[in-house]
Write a protein that binds this ligand. Structure first.
Ligand code: ADP
Ligand code: MG
Length: 476
């Protein structure tokens, strides 16, 4: 080693960084995707407080820089390397071989030129992009950071195989449309002559039906096969529309062949799209599927602060009030927006009125009540899912029989009712025709068993997910 400042990475540093970065991604799914990328890092060296990571080509430098720089830098910081930087370079061995490589894949570049003239924005086949659905206005937290980073990478290099198609999924009001449109804005900013088409699946389907009725299929096909970036929102609506799926399959394949970027959103993962042809699902899975989850308390608070900054012409809302909203509105971001807008509007109409927590509680009473009903499961729903899972009947569960094949499902249902609803032990007991002491004993038994029996733990987590809840709630 020539320079004194040049310092080999402390033993094990790289492995620790990798572990930390992986742990940042909140779902198993995202983590396993990250693992696909690590092998693409050819070498790494920690020099002058900078971690140099070598990769094979310029495309990867760009892609990994946007995806990994922040997470790796904060991991380094956590490991005691304050202000450490991360730099992705092309490996020396790869540099000469790839010297002539263009940044854009040739077919895409050729096609871009051809299609430079027709700008599709504003034509009937694309819906307008919402002005403020941009990356700048998107608050990033653990629930959406992977989706956000991937969307950024797509926006920086549309059409690359690694992320094509990009499939963004998650519950309603969590930012799928926002993120998808951010890609559209970004691509257009970089290349105003790109043809970006944003459309909901419903509109797309209607156009198809109209085209069929008017004998205009040729025009319909040409229109969609010409775009550079197709943003197709809420793709779950094409379920059970077999004929349309056939047409869409062809459009989709054609776009892929020309390395055009396709981005889709849906409320479920590709594999869970019901009523959708297998081969279509297969194609959807060839790129990247990323999930947006419900935001954590911290992210909800950050989103509220951001919205206040954007909307409230300078008046400050006390932290206590923002915290109250973040604690009580948990379902999705759209509900948070609604709540904060109400508060801001009230504040503006009553400029001289001091904003207190009591006023806010009053203003948001209805939405908070509604949140409770969204969030609260009934004991009956829990019993139903548990019986289906264990393949037993309702009367089995409610019977006094004490065979192990019935005791476990019964106690699991009690445990989940105790953990996931706001009912008291007595109320839960009533649903089971048992005393509160029996419910408590049942819940305790399962609690102890899942600490040692991993199969049972997995089963209980699985049922919790099926109930639409996060298994992490079980540990609270
Ligand atoms: P979805 O398509 O998943 O139903 P949307 O993209 O329509 O959800 O988002 C609902 C609302 O919440 C939009 O107004 C959007 O701007 C806002 N929103 C969602 N996620 C975020 C975020 N991370 N930061 C800022 N605003 C967000
Ligand atoms: Mg949407």
């Amino acid at each position: 080693m020539s320079k004194e400042t040049s310092l080999k990475a402390p033993e094990g540093l790289w492995e620790q960084v990798v572990e930390l970065v992986k742990s940042r991604f909140s779902t198993e799914n995202d983590r396993s995707k990250m693992e696909r990328y690590f092998p693409l890092f050819l070498s790494h060296e920690f020099k002058e407080n900078t971690l140099h990571i070598a990769v094979a080509e310029a495309l990867q430098v760009e892609w990994f820089t946007s995806l990994f720089t922040k997470p790796i830098e904060s991991a380094l910081q956590e490991l005691g390397h304050a202000d450490a930087k991360v730099v992705f370079d092309i490996a020396e061995s790869a540099q000469s071989a790839h010297a002539q490589k263009p940044t854009f894949a040739p077919p895409a570049a050729a096609f871009l030129k051809q299609s430079a003239a027709p700008v599709l924005m504003g034509m009937p086949s694309t819906l307008p992009l919402t002005e403020n659905y941009t990356f700048q206005n998107f608050v990033v937290g653990p629930s959406n950071s992977f989706a956000h980073a991937t969307a950024m990478a797509v926006a920086n290099g549309p059409g690359r195989t690694l992320n094509n198609p990009l499939f963004i999924y998650g519950g309603t009001g969590l930012g799928k449309t926002h993120l998808m449109q951010s890609i559209g804005h970004y691509v257009l900013k970089n290349n105003p002559s790109a043809s970006v088409c944003y459309i909901t699946s419903e509109t797309f389907l209607n156009e198809y039906v109209n085209a069929l009725a008017n004998n205009a299929m040729q025009a319909f096909r040409e229109r969609y096969r010409k775009v550079d970036v197709l943003l197709l929102d809420d793709v779950q609506f094409i379920a059970d529309k077999r004929q349309f799926q056939e047409e869409f399959f062809n459009t989709f394949s054609s776009l892929m062949t020309y390395r055009k970027q396709v981005v889709m959103t849906s409320d479920v993962a590709p594999k869970d799209l019901k009523g959708c042809e297998e081969r279509l699902i297969g194609r959807f899975q060839q790129g990247m599927a990323v999930e947006i989850e419900a935001p954590s308390y911290e992210t909800r608070l950050a989103i509220l602060k951001f919205k206040v900054k954007m909307q409230s012409s300078g008046r400050i809302i006390p932290e206590e009030i923002l915290k109250y909203i973040a604690e009580n509105i948990r379902s999705h971001v759209r509900a948070l927006e609604g709540a904060i807008s109400r508060v801001i509007t009230f504040m503006e109409l009553n400029a001289n009125f001091p904003m207190t927590l009591e006023i806010v509680q009053h203003l948001l009473k209805d939405s908070i009540e509604q949140e409770k009903t969204i969030k609260d499961l009934t004991v009956e729903e829990i019993i139903k899912v548990v019986t289906e899972f264990y393949n037993v009947t309702l009367s089995d569960i409610l019977s006094p029989q004490r065979t192990q094949t019935l005791v476990t499902p019964r106690q699991v249902a009690m445990f989940l009712s105790y953990k996931l609803t706001t009912r008291s032990l007595t109320e839960i007991g009533r649903s089971f025709g048992k005393t509160h002491a029996t419910v408590y004993h049942g819940a305790q038994t399962i609690q102890k068993r899942i600490d040692v029996e991993s199969d049972l733990r997995k089963a209980v987590e699985n049922i919790t997910s099926q109930l639409g809840r996060n298994p992490s709630e079980l540990t609270k």
